[in-house]
Each structure stands twice: as structure tokens, then as C-alpha cells.
Design a protein around this ligand. Structure first.
Ligand SMILES: C[C@H](N)C(=O)N[C@@H](Cc1c[nH]cn1)C(=O)O
Ligand SMILES: [Zn+2]
Ligand SMILES: [Zn+2]
Length: 495
């Protein structure tokens, strides 16, 4: 893995960039208003009863692309419904603007769905009403991923509004089920390998965040994820805990013991064999860590923790990016509203996920998890019924940072932010990234615009107005830079 060419290049905006940046500054309130309209749609892909909102969101985004003059197709996807409901999956947007064979084609991927959010989770304002406070735009989906998707659309809008020639052909692939593991997307990519993707040169994803509250970054790797359900059933209905407590093997007691057997207080996963396939760090990659700004106090303040599991930057980055982690997310079937419901739940489902890293194998991990839980359960001599299943299986992704688009992005960042970006990996997952690499064989880059304290998936998620507006600028600058680099590289065809 080579270090980026950080040879000096002009960081002063060109005349075109100055015109574009001025347009963006003058129209920033319009861009914020459009984000507000998108945030207002509760396009939550985790709760099945909200599924139709995602289709509404897809139609809104499709209209925004049509206004740019793009041709838009809403492609239905056929895949198993991730939550076992009798529900259809929302269509995927395939859009294109321009097909000049003399220009490279940049395909932007983003998602229009969001994680669940309700005010009583601890939001200061309604999660689906965009609220600006101290230059921060609060609302579910502002940074993950509606803000970045709109930033890309508004970057294209700027060229069109200024009657400037688009420096590249543009394509969009926008989906509505990313947070549920992107069901059906792999088959769509396979169907379109020789169609929609045939003339794509570069794929850009902007669905993660910087490692710093202030310093921009480019992302060259993500972890995968495997979601698990562990279900224990003890009887055929919930029982009065006075009438039956003390004489039945309680499902909840079994489940708590099973969950407690997964990870220890140091964060080490206790499933036998889970670390066997983890790729070891190379000296070359360790070199990439040295210049990275990781501010411990900033990171602790961002999330309100007293301490992390690790004390050095390298250990933090290694365990956030290159080692698997196991998180327990919740328990279905047990009364979780305020107050105590004095019942013995008849069936409870524990939910946890394991972040995958190269070279772990999802099938191997699945069998290791099942074997481990079966062994722990057998030691309890419980007559209850145990069922373990894996729901989401997404692969990790590592970029080839020699691709010209990383240099183009670095130059755009230098122009807009007047500094070089950190080269980082991300501990989160973008299921489609590895699919893009394996199926389309195109260059894939992750180009985040959100700050480390944005709180994706958390209460009071936000994106800074400055990050959103500078994101539009940096995407516009990137389109100019990649066009120049592509021409200079002699690859005049758009493949
Ligand atoms: C990074 C992206 N914004 C995101 O939040 N991705 C989800 C994807 C996922 C993982 N399992 C199921 N969906 C994530 O990393 O949690
Ligand atoms: Zn997310
Ligand atoms: Zn996302």
C-alpha cells in the first residue's frame, strides 16, 4: 500500500472553482432547506411498519435528480425481506447525467434510509425536524446519509445552475435499505455489471465520518458486520413471576448467561477461534497511522466516556479498524418500557453483531458463534429451546489508494480546507463497498464530509452547516480535479 503522492499542488481555487464556491455560499440556505425536507421523512429501514416511508423518500430523491436533467430509473429489487415480514423492498435509484465518451464517469453511491429515532430516546428536538443550533444541523439522517447525498446532488446542481460544462459524466446509485444490510443490492450489481456500470470509471461513497471534529479525511477501509439473533424459549406464554418464579428454567436467565459469555471487560471476544483468520498489520500500513491526528480528549468528550479500552493512538486505531469487535444491541421479547412488568418472558431474543475484518470468513464466524453458544447452553442443563441465526453478513473493504481519485480528492480537500486529509479506515460497515469492488471491478473511494462528533446512529445526530456546505464545494472541486487527472493520465475513454 503506497503513501499518497503529497507533492505540492495548487491549493488556490481556480476561476471555475471560485464561481462555484460563490454560488454555493449564496445558496446555502436553499441547500439547508432541502436537507430539512429530506430529514422530515422518517425513512427508517429497521422498523418494518415504516417501510413505505422509504419509498416516499426514494421518490423525493428521484425528483431531485430529474430536476437536474438526469434520467432516473427506479429499479425493483427481489430479495428476502431482512426482518421476515411480508413487505416489499423499496426501489433503488439508478440515475445518469451525461454520456460523453471523452469524459470519465463518476458514480456516486448513497443511502436514503436512516436508523430509528424517537424524541424520548434523549433527543433535544424532534429527530425528524431539522433544527439548527450553533451552526449544527440536528436531525436523524443529517450526516448518515442524507446530508452527503444532497451535498453531491447540490454539487452537480452548481455546475448546471452556472451553465458550466460538467467535467465528468455522473451516475447515482441510491438505495433505501443500507442500514438493514442492503438486501438485493448484490444481485442488482451483478445484473448491471455490463449495463449501468459498464462505462463507470470511478465509484465514490460518502457514508462515513472523519476521525477528527475539524480535520478532513479520506477513508481507505471499512469493517464488515455479521448480525446475530440468539433466541431462548422456555414456555408457551409469559408467566406470572410469583406463580411460577422459582420452579421454571427462565429463558431470560439462559439468555443473559449466553450474552455474558461472548466478550470480556477488556473487549476481547471469547468465541474460540474468532481471531485465527485476522490479518496481521504490515509495517507499510503502520506508517499511515503516524501522521493521523487522534485527539483522545476530543473523542472522549464527543461521546461522554471517561476512558477508552486502550491508552495509545495505535491501539485505538488497530482495534477500531483492524480487529473484530462484538457489540450486544438489545433483547427482544422482554418488557423494555419504563416500570417493572412482573412476568417471566416466554421467549427472548438477544441481538448482537461482530464487526468483520480481513481475512475473517463469514461462514467460519457463523459456525464458531453457533458452536460456542451451543456449548455454553449445554453446560446450563436447561430444557429450554435455543435457536441461533445470522441475519446480516457484510464484508470488510480495503481500497487501492493508488487510484487517481484519491489524489483528486486530496487536491480538492487542499483547495477547500487548506490542509491535507488524514488517511483513515473506518470501523463501521458499508455493505455495498466490497460488492462494488468484486462485481464491478471499478475503483472505489470513500470520501467523508461529516465530523467525528456528528453522532451517526446516536441521539442528536447532526452535521455542521460548515461541513455540509464545504462538502458541496469539495465534491464540486473533486469533479474538476478527477477530470483533469483522468485526462492527464491519458485514459481518455470513459471506462
Ligand atoms: C457506515 C454507515 N453509515 C453505516 O452506519 N452502516 C451500517 C451498516 C450496517 C451494518 N450492519 C447492518 N448495517 C453500520 O455500520 O452499522
Ligand atoms: Zn448508518
Ligand atoms: Zn450510512
Amino acid at each position: 500500500m503506497l503513501l499518497l503522492d503529497v507533492s505540492e499542488s495548487s491549493s488556490n481555487p481556480s476561476d471555475d472553482e471560485q464561481k462555484i464556491f460563490q454560488y454555493i455560499d449564496h445558496h446555502q440556505d436553499t441547500f439547508v432547506q432541502s436537507l430539512s425536507e429530506w430529514v422530515a421523512v422518517e425513512s427508517d429501514s429497521i422498523q418494518p411498519h415504516l417501510r413505505e416511508n422509504i419509498t416516499e423518500m426514494v421518490n423525493i430523491a428521484a425528483d431531485s435528480l430529474r430536476v437536474l436533467g438526469a434520467t432516473v430509473e427506479l429499479r425493483n429489487v427481489n430479495a428476502q425481506e431482512p426482518f421476515g415480514q411480508n413487505l416489499s423492498l423499496p426501489p433503488v435509484i439508478l440515475a445518469e447525467l451525461g454520456n460523453d465518451t471523452e469524459k470519465p464517469t463518476v458514480c456516486f453511491y448513497g443511502h436514503l434510509d436512516v436508523m430509528p429515532a424517537k424524541k424520548e430516546d434523549g433527543w433535544k428536538t424532534d429527530p425528524y425536524t431539522l433544527t439548527e443550533r450553533d451552526g449544527k444541523l440536528y436531525g436523524r439522517g443529517t450526516t448518515d446519509n442524507k446530508g452527503p447525498v444532497l451535498a453531491w446532488i447540490n454539487a452537480v446542481r452548481a455546475f448546471i445552475a452556472l451553465n458550466m460544462t460538467m467535467p465528468v459524466n455522473i451516475k447515482f446509485l441510491l438505495e433505501g435499505m443500507e442500514e438493514a444490510g442492503s438486501p438485493g443490492l448484490e444481485d442488482l450489481l451483478k445484473e448491471e455489471e455490463k449495463g449501468f456500470f459498464s462505462n463507470v470509471t470511478y465509484i465514490v461513497i460518502s457514508d462515513n465520518i472523519w476521525l477528527s471534529n475539524k480535520k478532513p479525511a479520506l477513508t481507505y477501509g471499512t469493517r464488515g458486520n455479521a448480525g446475530f439473533f440468539v433466541e431462548v424459549e422456555c414456555c408457551n406464554k409469559d408467566l406470572h413471576s410469583g406463580s411460577f418464579g422459582g420452579i421454571v428454567h427462565e429463558a431470560m436467565s439462559d439468555l443473559v448467561a449466553l450474552l455474558d459469555s461472548l466478550v470480556d471487560s477488556s473487549g476481547r471476544i471469547l468465541i474460540p477461534g474468532i481471531y485465527e483468520d485476522v490479518a496481521s498489520i504490515t509495517d507499510e500500513e503502520m506508517q499511515l497511522y503516524a501522521p493521523i491526528d487522534f485527539n483522545f480528549d476530543e473523542h472522549k468528550a464527543n461521546i461522554g466516556v471517561k476512558e477508552f479500552l486502550y491508552k495509545t493512538k495505535d491501539d485505538i486505531l488497530l482495534n477500531l479498524w483492524r480487529n473484530p469487535s462484538l457489540s450486544i444491541h438489545g433483547i427482544e421479547g422482554a418488557f423494555s418500557e419504563p416500570g417493572i412488568k412482573t412476568v417471566i418472558p416466554s421467549k427472548v431474543i438477544g441481538k448482537f453483531s461482530i464487526r468483520q475484518v480481513p481475512n475473517m470468513n463469514l461462514t467460519t464466524v457463523q459456525s464458531q458463534v453457533k458452536e460456542h453458544l451451543k456449548n455454553v447452553f449445554s453446560k446450563r442443563n436447561s430444557p429450554n429451546k435455543l435457536t441461533v441465526s445470522m441475519q446480516v453478513g457484510a464484508m470488510p473493504w480495503i481500497a487501492n489508494i493508488k487510484d487517481p481519485q484519491y489524489e483528486a480528492a486530496r487536491r480538492a480537500i487542499k483547495t477547500v480546507f487548506q490542509q491535507d486529509p488524514d488517511m483513515i479506515r473506518d470501523g463501521s460497515t458499508i455493505p455495498v463497498a466490497k460488492m462494488f469492488e468484486d462485481i464491478t471491478k471499478k475503483s472505489v473511494m470513500m470520501f467523508p464530509i461529516g465530523a467525528a462528533d456528528d453522532g451517526e446512529h446516536s441521539q442528536n445526530e447532526k452535521i455542521n452547516r460548515l461541513n455540509y456546505i464545504n462538502g458541496i464545494k469539495v465534491f464540486a472541486s473533486f469533479l474538476l480535479e478527477i477530470s483533469k487527472l483522468h485526462s492527464a493520465s491519458g485514459l481518455m475513454t470513459s471506462t
